[in-house]
Design a protein around this ligand. Structure first.
Ligand SMILES: NC(=O)c1ccc[n+]([C@@H]2O[C@H](COP(=O)([O-])OP(=O)(O)OC[C@H]3O[C@@H](n4cnc5c(N)ncnc54)[C@H](OP(=O)(O)O)[C@@H]3O)[C@@H](O)[C@H]2O)c1
Length: 297
């Protein structure tokens, strides 16, 4: 019969008991995010527009967390950051004074430029030198829909840049920061995928190649750094996200909306990011797939 050490190849952790008490199991939606405690915990989101990105920021701010929001349109981010600061303060039960650090800031970043990603993450860290990036969310993408033979190489390059090269830079920069600054507290890295992450639809060759590559990279990074306390998760958003852009594409009037169960609402998706970041290292999800009830899959 194989010795315990042999039966548990590569799992010497199972052979190393502790007498520490079990951590508390909190009721769903309560308790702190995994990672540094709330006062020190920055939730950084790259790819913040009026849809999912902003909904994610609002959800984390409503639990009192500091949010660093990033995209190309700095003026829009700055206006949202003022609101997010108020939401986070209300959740904490504190009011703002001029001297205090804001609980949200916007940072200009273009994922077509890897240097800009490193710079923006560095700026966020410098803005809150006493805090740590506890949760980082990669939500940006470039999606070009075209028949394959009409797809220009530049569209292919931009899609691959925005998901694979930018995702690579983001993951490396964030994981370095978490390893250097967070110690045993660890952190969460959540990445937004799409139907194309797992199924290449017609006319989405560039998007599918890039989202599929990003997903596989996340799997690799999750396996490598999970054991070091960094929770990497990938969210497959399998359907159309409700947005003004989507409504206008379908020719809806101002007072019209999609019927329930046909599209994904950004604030409903965002709750799942919170859920992932609340998970304890006892029970981590790598991948969630989310779709409206009426989606074909
Ligand atoms: N929309 C859908 O139906 C759908 C469906 C499935 C999956 N998804 C995925 O969900 C995520 C968010 O989608 P969303 O449509 O809801 O968008 P969103 O969260 O409202 O905004 C994403 C933001 O990313 C920013 N962005 C775009 N290109 C960028 C660049 N080069 N550098 C930095 N930021 C950039 C844009 O803001 P700026 O213009 O200010 O840079 C954009 O508003 C994406 O990963 C997407 O692939 C979307």
């Amino acid at each position: 019969m194989a010795s315990p050490a042999r039966r548990n190849q590569n799992r010497t952790d199972l052979l190393n008991p502790t007498t520490d008490p079990y951590p508390t199991v909190h009721a769903l939606g309560t308790g702190a995010l995994y990672g540094p405690p709330q006062p020190e915990h920055i939730v950084l989101i790259l790819g913040v527009g009026p849809g999912l990105g902003l909904a994610i920021a609002q959800t984390f701010a409503s639990y009192g967390y500091t949010t660093a929001i990033m995209s190309r349109t700095k003026s829009r981010l700055d206006a949202w950051a003022v609101e997010l600061d108020k939401v986070a303060r209300a959740a904490r039960g504190t009011s703002s004074t001029a001297k205090e650090q804001p609980l949200s800031l916007g940072f200009a970043c273009d994922v077509l430029d890897n240097g800009s990603i490193e710079r923006a993450i560095g700026e966020a860290q410098a803005a809150w030198p006493d805090k740590k990036i506890g949760t980082a969310i990669y939500n940006a993408s470039v999606r070009k829909r075209k028949p394959f033979l009409e797809l220009p190489m530049d569209a292919m390059k931009d899609s691959v840049q925005a998901s694979i090269f930018a995702g690579f830079t983001f993951l490396q920069t964030i994981i370095r920061s978490m390893k250097e600054r967070n110690g045993t507290e660890g952190g969460n890295v959540l990445v937004t995928g799409a139907t194309s992450s797992i199924r290449g639809r017609e006319q989405f060759a560039a998007f599918a190649a890039s989202k599929g590559g990003l997903r596989q990279m996340c799997q690799s990074v999750a396996r490598e750094y999970g054991r070091e306390g960094i929770h990497v998760a990938h969210v497959v958003v399998d359907g159309l996200i409700e947005s003004d852009e989507a409504k206008s594409f379908f020719g809806f009037k101002d007072n019209q909306r999609f019927r329930d169960g046909t599209t994904l609402r950004p604030d409903e998706i965002a709750k799942n990011y919170l859920f992932l970041a609340l998970q304890s290292p006892s029970t981590w999800t790598f991948e969630l797939d989310l779709r409206p009830a009426k989606e074909h899959f």
